[in-house]
Design a binder for this molecule. Structure first.
Ligand SMILES: Nc1ncnc2c1ncn2[C@@H]1O[C@H](COP(=O)(O)OP(=O)(O)O)[C@@H](O)[C@H]1O
Ligand SMILES: [Mg+2]
Length: 413
C-alpha cells in the first residue's frame, strides 16, 4: 500500500521506500544514499540543494505541503514532528537523519535512532532545546556566560532579580526564537509584568524560565563548528551579527573584533561541540563583553542564519559541511575566500515577495547573490530570503549588501 505520508515528488523522482541496503550503519555514507531531514524550512532547502548537487537523495519531513525544502528535495513526508509513525517512516527510508529544526521530539528521535543514525543525536537536542541546560553545559566546560538563575515562580523571580540585578532579561527556557518568549526587566517593579508576558498571562508558576543578566556587549558574534563521529572539528570564520527587534538583520565576516577575540570565540564553539559530542553542526551565538571576553549565549545544532555567507565566501558552505559531517566524509576547508556581508530579507519588506520587480535593480550591485526561499506568503517577521555581498573589505561588502537590499525594497513597485 502507498505510504499515506508520501507527497508526490516536488523536485525529482520518487524515492525507493527503503534505504540503500548495502549502506546502513557503515562508517561512511556515500553519494546515492538518502539523507532524511527533520524540518522543511530554508535551512533544509539550502541543505537539500547542496546534498543533491553532491549526488545524495533528500527526504524531508515537515508539516507543510509546499515547504521551502520540499520544493527542492527528492521527496517529502508531510506530517507533524510529533507523528511517531511518520518519523519512523523517515528513518526507514533514510541512511542517516539530520535536522534543520532543533525542537523535534527527543523521545521520538531516541526511538528512531534504533533504526538509523540520527546526527546530531537526541542528547544534543535535549541541551539545545533548553536555555538553562545550554548555559549549565557551558559553565561545566569552564566557559563564560551571562549570570543566570532558573525561575519557576513570581517569588523566585524576585529573589533572582535581587541576585542578578537590573537590567535583566526573563526568557522561557524552551521554544523561544527570534526574541519570542522574552521580556527585558529594567527595574524590579517590572517583574510581575515580565512574568505575565513570558508565561502568556499565568497567575504564577511553576514555569520553566531563566533570568539572565543583561550583557553590555561591544558586539554579538557567532561561530558555526562542524564535528564528525571521528572527533574531527572545523570552525567557520567568526560572524559579527546585528539584530533588529531580536531577529538577525546583518552578518559581517570577518567579524570586526581583535584576533584574540576571534580565537576565543572559535575555541568556545569547538569546546561546546566537543563537550556535547556533536556529529554535524553546532552554531554558537556569543556576546563580546565590554571587558573583551566572549560569553556563550545560545547554541543551535544545525546550520545557522549567520552562516549563510559561507555559500559564497568559503570553499565549502555550512550546508555541505553538515552533509560531510553527518555522512562521515572529510570536513571541507573553512577559510574565508573574501570578506562578506549577509542581510536578511523579511516579510515586512514589500520587495521580498516572490514575483516583485525590486530584484532587478538589486542584482546590479557587484558581487551580490540573491537567495529567496520560495515562501509564497510574505508575513511580518518571516524570513523570506537573504542577500550576500562580497567585497575587498567587510565594510565594502556591508555597503553593497545594504545597498542591494534598499534597491530591492524600494524597487518593489
Ligand atoms: N542576556 C542578554 N544580554 C544582552 N542582550 C541579550 C541577552 N539575551 C538576549 N539578548 C538580545 O536578544 C537577542 C535574542 O536573544 P537570544 O537569547 O539569542 O534568543 P533567540 O535568538 O532564541 O530569540 C540576542 O541576539 C541579543 O541581541
Ligand atoms: Mg539567538
Amino acid at each position: 500500500m502507498a505510504d499515506p505520508h508520501a507527497q508526490g515528488p516536488a523536485g525529482g523522482s520518487a524515492l525507493p521506500h527503503s534505504r540503500t541496503p548495502a549502506l546502513p550503519h557503515s562508517d561512511v555514507i556515500l553519494p546515492g544514499a538518502t539523507v532524511g531531514i527533520v524540518g522543511g524550512g530554508q535551512l533544509g532547502r539550502m541543505f537539500a540543494l547542496e546534498a543533491r548537487r553532491m549526488g545524495y537523495r533528500v527526504l524531508v519531513l515537515d508539516p507543510g505541503r509546499d515547504s521551502p525544502a520540499a520544493q527542492v528535495a527528492d521527496d517529502c513526508i508531510v506530517a507533524s514532528f510529533d507523528d511517531t509513525a511518520a518519523m519512523r517512516a523517515l528513518a526507514e527510508r533514510s541512511d542517516v537523519v539530520t535536522l534543520e529544526w532543533e525542537n523535534a521530539d527527543v523521545a521520538t528521535l531516541r526511538e528512531i535512532e534504533r533504526i538509523v543514525p540520527v546526527r546530531p543525536g537526541p542528547g544534543v537536542l535535549e541541551v539545545a532545546q533548553h536555555r538553562l541546560r545550554e548555559k549549565d553545559t557551558a559553565r561545566a566546560l569552564g566557559l563564560l556566560t551571562a549570570g543566570y538563575r532558573a525561575v519557576a515562580t513570581r517569588a523566585e523571580l524576585r529573589d533572582a532579580l535581587a541576585e542578578i540585578g537590573t537590567p535583566a532579561v526573563l526568557k522561557t527556557a524552551r521554544w523561544g526564537y527570534d526574541g519570542k518568549g522574552q521580556a527585558v526587566i529594567r527595574d524590579p517593579s517590572e517583574a510581575d509584568a515580565a512574568f505575565a508576558v513570558v508565561t502568556g498571562g499565568a497567575d504564577d508558576g511553576p514555569a520553566e524560565l531563566i533570568l539572565e543578566e543583561w550583557v553590555r556587549f561591544s558586539a554579538e558574534i557567532s561561530v558555526v563548528c562542524a564535528r564528525t563521529a571521528r572527533g574531527e572539528t572545523a570552525c567557520f570564520p567568526v560572524a559579527e551579527n546585528v539584530h533588529k527587534s531580536a531577529i538577525l538583520d546583518v552578518s559581517i565576516v570577518p567579524a570586526r573584533v581583535p584576533a584574540s577575540v576571534a580565537d576565543e570565540a572559535r575555541r568556545l564553539a569547538e569546546a561546546m561541540a566537543e563537550g556535547l559530542g556533536v556529529v554535524g553542526l553546532l552554531a554558537v551565538e556569543m556576546f563580546v563583553g565590554e571587558d573583551g571576553h566572549v560569553r556563550m549565549n545560545e547554541i543551535a545544532p544545525r546550520p545557522h542564519n549567520s552562516g549563510h555567507y559561507t555559500l559564497e565566501a568559503c570553499p565549502v558552505s555550512q550546508f555541505e559541511q553538515q552533509l560531510r559531517a553527518v555522512c562521515g566524509l572529510p570536513l571541507g576547508s573553512t577559510g574565508l575566500l573574501r570578506p562578506a556581508a549577509m542581510v536578511n530579507l523579511m516579510g515586512d519588506d514589500a520587495g521580498t515577495a516572490l514575483g516583485r520587480p525590486g530584484v532587478v535593480p538589486a542584482l546590479s550591485v557587484p558581487e551580490t547573490a540573491l537567495h529567496l526561499y520560495g515562501k509564497a506568503e510574505a508575513r511580518p517577521g518571516r524570513k523570506m530570503g537573504h542577500l550576500t555581498a562580497l567585497g575587498d573589505t567587510p565594510d565594502e561588502a556591508l555597503e553593497r549588501a545594504l545597498r542591494a537590499r534598499a534597491l530591492l525594497v524600494d524597487g518593489a513597485g
